[in-house]
Design a protein around this ligand. Structure first.
Ligand code: SAH
Length: 450
C-alpha cells in the first residue's frame, strides 16, 4: 500500500457520499473522505489529515463533475459548511439519506435486510428554518456576525442564509450598526470583555412574526432604546425583542428580559397552538415536522382505550397531539422549563388527559413501569445520543404492544432497535423524513411490535 501523507495531492474518483455528507474515495483500499464532492466526481484533492482507518482530503480541482451535481445557489457555500449536500440535486440528497439510514440499520442494528418503506422529502427546501443563532465577534477591530467555522469558535462573517428568514440579514446588520454607532463591543470569550454574544431569532410560520433575542454578557444594554427603535423600524413582523442575560456559558441562559413586545411567540403544529418561550425546544422545520408527527401517530394506532407514554417529550408536541386520540398520555422530559410549557400548552389546547413529569427518562420510566402504570404504546424521541439500557429495559418490561421510535440519529436508532429486537420486538413499519434539506441530517420513524 502506498503511504498516504498529509499535504500530498491525489486524483480521486468519488464512489459514494457518507452519512456526514462527505464524498468517499479509496487509495489502494484506504478510505478517504472529501467534503463538497458527489458520487461520480473525479477530483484532485489534497490530504488534510490521516487517521488509522481513514483520511480526510480537501478538493482542489473538479476534473469531472458528477451528474448528481447542481448549482449550490448560496452565497455562503464553500465557507459556511452548514449545508453539506447543497451541491447535490435534491432527489439525490434523499437517496443519500435513505442509504445512510438503511446502512446503519443493517450494519449496527443487525437488521440485515432492512429497507425503509419510504422517504418523505420536503416540498419547500429553502427558508424552512424557524430558528437561527448568529454568534457575534470581532475581526481586526470590526464587529462581525455569522457562523462558527467547523469545530471552532472562529466566526465566519456571512450574508443571507437561505435556510432562514430573509429578515435575519437586516436584523444582523441593524444590531451591528447599533454596536458600531454606540461603541458597543462583541463579547470576547478569551478576555471576557465586551457585551453582545450572539443574535438569536425565532420565527412563527403561522403568524409570520419574528422574535429577536440578543444574548448579552451584561444585565443592561447601553442605550437599549436606540436598538429597540432601530429594530422596530426594520419591519412590523418583529413581534418581540428580548435580552437574554448570559454571564456564563455560550448557550442561552434562563434569564430573559423582554425589552419590547411579547414574551413568547406562538406557532401552529397539527392544528394545535403552541406557546414557545425563547429557551424551549421546538422542531425547526414545522412543515416537515407535521408530516413526521402524523406518521408517528399513524404508526401508534391509537383509540380511546390506548394509554401512551411519550418519552423525551420536549414541550409536549407529540404528547398533546396523541392525547386527542387516546385515553391518556404521560409525557417525560428532563428540561423543567419545557415541562412548564407542555402543561401550559395542554391548557391552551383544552387537553386534560395528559400528565407531564420533569425528570430524566432513565430515572422515571423504570419507576413508573414498576408502579404498574398501564402503557399500551410507547413513543420515544431521544436526542442524538439515543436512549439507554435502563429506559429501554423498562420499556421492554412494560409489556407495551407497540413502540414508535422517532430518531434524529440512525446510528443510535439502530443500536437501540437492536436491543428492543433482542427482547421480542419486531420492526414492522418505517419512514424517513427530510427535516433538514441540504444538510446531512435525517429523521427516521420506526414502528416495533411484539
Ligand atoms: N419530542 C419532542 C422533543 C424531541 S428532542 C419534539 O418533537 O419536539 C429530545 C428531547 O429529549 C429534548 O427536549 C431534551 O431536552 C430531552 N432529553 C434529553 N435527555 C433526556 C433524558 N435523559 N431524559 C429525558 N429527556 C431528555
Amino acid at each position: 500500500m502506498k503511504m498516504i501523507k498529509t499535504n500530498k495531492e491525489y486524483t480521486l474518483k468519488i464512489e459514494s457520499v457518507s452519512s456526514e455528507g462527505h464524498g468517499v474515495a479509496h487509495i489502494d483500499g484506504f478510505t478517504v473522505f472529501v467534503p463538497q464532492t458527489a458520487a461520480g466526481d473525479t477530483v484532485r484533492a489534497v490530504i488534510t489529515d490521516v487517521q488509522k482507518r481513514f483520511a480526510r482530503a480537501r478538493i482542489t480541482k473538479l476534473i469531472h463533475a458528477s451528474q448528481d451535481r447542481c448549482e449550490p445557489e448560496c452565497i455562503n457555500y464553500g465557507q459556511c459548511g452548514g449545508c453539506q449536500l447543497r451541491h447535490i440535486q435534491y432527489d439525490k440528497q434523499l437517496e443519500i439519506k435513505k442509504q445512510s439510514v438503511e446502512s446503519a440499520m443493517q450494519r449496527i442494528g443487525g437488521f440485515t435486510h432492512f429497507k425503509a418503506d419510504e422517504i418523505i422529502g420536503a416540498d419547500i427546501s429553502l427558508r424552512y428554518r424557524n430558528k437561527m443563532v448568529f454568534p457575534v465577534g470581532e475581526i481586526n477591530g470590526e464587529t462581525v456576525c455569522g457562523f462558527y467555522a467547523p469545530k471552532s469558535h472562529d466566526i465566519i462573517p456571512l450574508g443571507d442564509c437561505i435556510l432562514g428568514d430573509e429578515l435575519n440579514v437586516k436584523i444582523i446588520d441593524t444590531v451591528k450598526e447599533y454596536m458600531t454607532e454606540n461603541n458597543i463591543k462583541a463579547y470576547n470569550e478569551k478576555t471576557r470583555y465586551g457585551v453582545i454574544r450572539s443574535i438569536f431569532t425565532r420565527k412563527s410560520f403561522s403568524d409570520n412574526e419574528i422574535m429577536v433575542v440578543i444574548c448579552s454578557a451584561v444585565k443592561k444594554l447601553p442605550k437599549d432604546e436606540l436598538l429597540i427603535e432601530k429594530l422596530r423600524n426594520i419591519s412590523d413582523r418583529i413581534s418581540s425583542i428580548i435580552l437574554n442575560i448570559n454571564t456564563g456559558k455560550l448557550t442561552l441562559s434562563n434569564e430573559n428580559v423582554t425589552l419590547w413586545g411579547n414574551d413568547t411567540i406562538f406557532d401552529i403544529l397539527c392544528d394545535m397552538k403552541f406557546e414557545i418561550s425563547p429557551n424551549s425546544f421546538f422542531q425547526i422545520n414545522p412543515a416537515q415536522t407535521e408530516k413526521l408527527y402524523r406518521k408517528a401517530i399513524d404508526f401508534a394506532q391509537l383509540d380511546k382505550n390506548t394509554s401512551i407514554m411519550d418519552i423525551y417529550c420536549g414541550i409536549g408536541t407529540i404528547s398533546l397531539y396523541a392525547a386527542q386520540m387516546a385515553k391518556s398520555v404521560i409525557g417525560i422530559e428532563i428540561v423543567e422549563q419545557a415541562i412548564k410549557d407542555a402543561k401550559k400548552n395542554a391548557k391552551l389546547n383544552g387537553i386534560d388527559n395528559a400528565e407531564f413529569y420533569a425528570d430524566s427518562a432513565e430515572n422515571i420510566v423504570p419507576r413508573l413501569i414498576e408502579e404498574g402504570r398501564q402503557t399500551d404504546v410507547i413513543i420515544l424521541d431521544p436526542p442524538r445520543k439515543g436512549s439507554d439500557e435502563k429506559t429501554l429495559g423498562a420499556i421492554v418490561k412494560s409489556g407495551a404492544k407497540r413502540i414508535v421510535y422517532v430518531s434524529c440519529n440512525p446510528a443510535t436508532l439502530a443500536r437501540d432497535a437492536r436491543f428492543l429486537a433482542e427482547y421480542g420486538y419486531r420492526i414492522t413499519r418505517s419512514a424517513i423524513f427530510d427535516l433538514f434539506p441540504h444538510t446531512c441530517h435525517v429523521e427516521t420513524v420506526i414502528l416495533m411490535e411484539r
